[in-house]
Design a protein around this ligand. Structure first.
Ligand SMILES: *[C@@H]1O[C@H](CO)[C@@H](O)[C@H](O)[C@H]1NC(C)=O
Ligand SMILES: *[C@@H]1O[C@H](CO)[C@@H](O)[C@H](O)[C@H]1NC(C)=O
Ligand SMILES: *[C@@H]1O[C@H](CO)[C@@H](O)[C@H](O)[C@H]1NC(C)=O
Ligand SMILES: *[C@@H]1O[C@H](CO)[C@@H](O)[C@H](O)[C@H]1NC(C)=O
Ligand SMILES: *[C@@H]1O[C@H](CO)[C@@H](O)[C@H](O)[C@H]1NC(C)=O
Ligand SMILES: *[C@@H]1O[C@H](CO)[C@@H](O)[C@H](O)[C@H]1NC(C)=O
Ligand SMILES: *[C@@H]1O[C@H](CO)[C@@H](O)[C@H](O)[C@H]1NC(C)=O
Ligand SMILES: *[C@@H]1O[C@H](CO)[C@@H](O)[C@H](O)[C@H]1NC(C)=O
Length: 453
């Protein structure tokens, strides 16, 4: 059976091909005006709008209302308790300068501590690199429940979020829902060692996410549908679930996605595409320069992801996906194959390429690769033919160490996850997010001896 492609790229997309994605000048991202211009327009200091240390919520909303058509909402150094959560809607040409720490208080169980919606030309940043949101998630998690999320941007265009720490969320840390022309960088996220505490989830278009560290045991930096023209690079999943695409369902529409320089240690996977039924298309994806250590799965397309209930549709079409230059080690390659392609039998993957993958097993002396339901694809256990038998599986056993598998480590990987019953300290934004790499944009946080601009 040959499945004709219906490419999302046919209609109306910004014509950016994958090699061009790396050049973000071709799709402008970030705020339209610099924060200097906004500082000169108007400054709304939250401490002038009520008792911001007692409960930041009402003063933050009032400061936003005063500066929402242009200016900076300034949250000075210090500690701010926040028990009233806010939705900051409809701003333009504005920024939040977060120099202090916002600490969740009270007992609100749902929603988002800070939601920014329908804004344009927006920046959330710390100038001293000490800005943080502390969710004290352990107070919920230790009772076996989840609480509010920390930060959500919905329908925000031309924006940046950078140089802040998001810590111990009682649920997801940072969601970008239907956003565009955004840049996210120099971010550290530390959540507990538990599912449901996603790091960054993003959907929308023309977004560049780089230099991010996540610890949490769920999504590291994950793309959801619909999404187009998203570049994600220099990502450190330091005891995390790992990066992924999904979970996908009916009407999936994803194209032109690139991840480069992704380091994953003790994660559930280095990268997983995940769906269970559903329909629509994922096309034109490049996943290059991945390093993994001791992850459960590594390179993984799973069209039968059992954690997702079966969605209506014959299966999501995974097309034109290239995995290139993946090295490192996995936990047990004879238990979970480091190359595992399991596409929907009724919607086989097309034009998958796997090249230069060398991942060896930490346990034992052999591993295997497993591929099923792919056509017109190349490398390892993939099927280069355009015919296939549904659910026929190609398994190859590997008994010799693949050449070039040994990969560098980050300076200090986590050896265990963060507990769910004690507070997680607020960290500073680290100096590196990928072995040998320094942040594309220098961090705001400056250490006297090790920092070099
Ligand atoms: C996919 O998304 C693009 C960009 O938003 C849009 O132009 C296209 O119509 C969508 N395709 C489908 C099949 O929905
Ligand atoms: C602000 O609230 C804090 C905490 O409730 C309190 O200690 C402080 O006195 C208040 N400040 C003012 C100026 O009322
Ligand atoms: C609920 O509020 C009380 C009183 O402020 C506090 O002691 C407790 O930790 C809060 N619970 C959560 C889950 O934050
Ligand atoms: C998205 O935000 C813009 C303002 O930037 C607004 O005009 C538009 O109505 C919003 N769209 C939705 C669906 O909320
Ligand atoms: C196959 O995938 C590669 C890499 O994404 C792409 O350059 C090429 O155009 C694709 N071929 C077809 C026939 O779609
Ligand atoms: C690795 O997996 C194999 C197959 O499931 C199992 O027999 C073996 O005991 C595992 N090794 C370790 C160290 O867990
Ligand atoms: C292929 O395998 C999947 C998952 O095990 C199963 O649900 C499906 O029915 C199989 N399809 C065919 C055509 O055998
Ligand atoms: C990974 O997380 C651990 C625990 O917080 C921390 O000690 C370590 O510095 C982190 N690694 C890096 C390179 O930031």
């Amino acid at each position: 059976m040959f499945v004709p492609l219906v490419l999302a790229a046919a209609a109306g997309l910004v014509p950016v091909c994958l090699t061009q994605l790396a050049d973000t000048s071709l799709f402008p991202v970030g705020p339209l005006a610099s924060s200097d211009i906004k500082w000169n327009t108007k400054v709304c200091d939250v401490t002038n709008y009520g008792n911001a240390t007692a409960d930041l919520g009402p003063p933050l909303l009032a400061a936003f209302n005063a500066c929402s058509t242009g200016g900076v909402v300034h949250i000075p150094s210090g500690t701010y308790s926040m028990s009233t959560f806010v939705t900051l809607s409809g701003g333009s040409a504005w920024a939040i300068n977060l120099e202090g720490t916002i600490e969740r208080a009270g007992n609100v169980t749902g929603g988002n501590m800070i939601a920014v919606t329908s804004s344009t030309d927006f920046e959330l940043y710390s100038g001293n690199g000490e800005g943080a949101i502390q969710g004290y998630g352990y107070k919920f998690l230790s009772q076996g429940s989840y609480g509010p999320r920390l930060l959500r941007l919905t329908n925000v265009t031309s924006f940046a979020v950078h140089d802040i720490a998001l810590v111990d969320s009682p649920a997801f840390h940072f969601v970008m829902d239907t956003c565009s022309q955004g840049e996210v960088f120099n971010i550290i996220i530390r959540g507990a060692n538990k599912g449901g505490l996603d790091g960054i989830d993003v959907w929308g278009q023309q977004i560049w996410i780089h230099d991010v560290e996540v610890s949490n045991k769920d999504e590291c930096v994950t793309v959801k549908s619909p999404a187009h023209n998203i570049l994600i690079e220099d990502i450190y999943c330091n005891w995390s679930g790992g990066c992924a695409m999904g979970s996908l369902n009916a009407g999936t529409n994803i194209s032109h996605i690139q991840y480069s320089n992704v380091y994953s240690s003790n994660a559930n996977q280095m990268y997983m595409f995940k769906s269970n039924g559903g329909d629509g298309t994922v096309t034109d994806v490049l996943l290059e320069n991945f390093i993994g250590h001791n992850n459960a799965y590594s390179l993984y397309i799973n069209g039968y992801w059992s954690s997702e209930t079966v969605q209506p549709g014959d299966g999501v079409l995974y097309d034109s996906i290239t995995f290139s230059n993946w090295i490192g080690d996995c936990a047990n390659g004879s238990q979970r194959p480091p190359i595992y392609i399991n596409c929907p039998a009724s919607m086989p993957c097309t034009n998958i390429t796997i090249e230069d993958v060398a991942i060896w097993t930490d346990a034992g002396n052999e591993e295997y690769y497993k591929c099923a339901n792919d056509i017109d694809s190349h490398g390892y256990c993939l099927n280069s033919d355009i015919d296939f038998t549904p659910n026929a599986t190609v398994t190859s056993t590997v008994t010799a160490t693949p050449s070039g598998w040994a990969a560098p480590y980050m300076p200090s990987d986590l050896s265990t996850g963060f507990a769910t019953d004690s507070s997680i300290p607020v960290p500073t934004v680290p100096a590196t997010f990928f072995p040998g790499a320094t942040p594309v944009t220098p961090r705001a946080y400056q250490e006297s001896s090790t920092y070099e601009a």
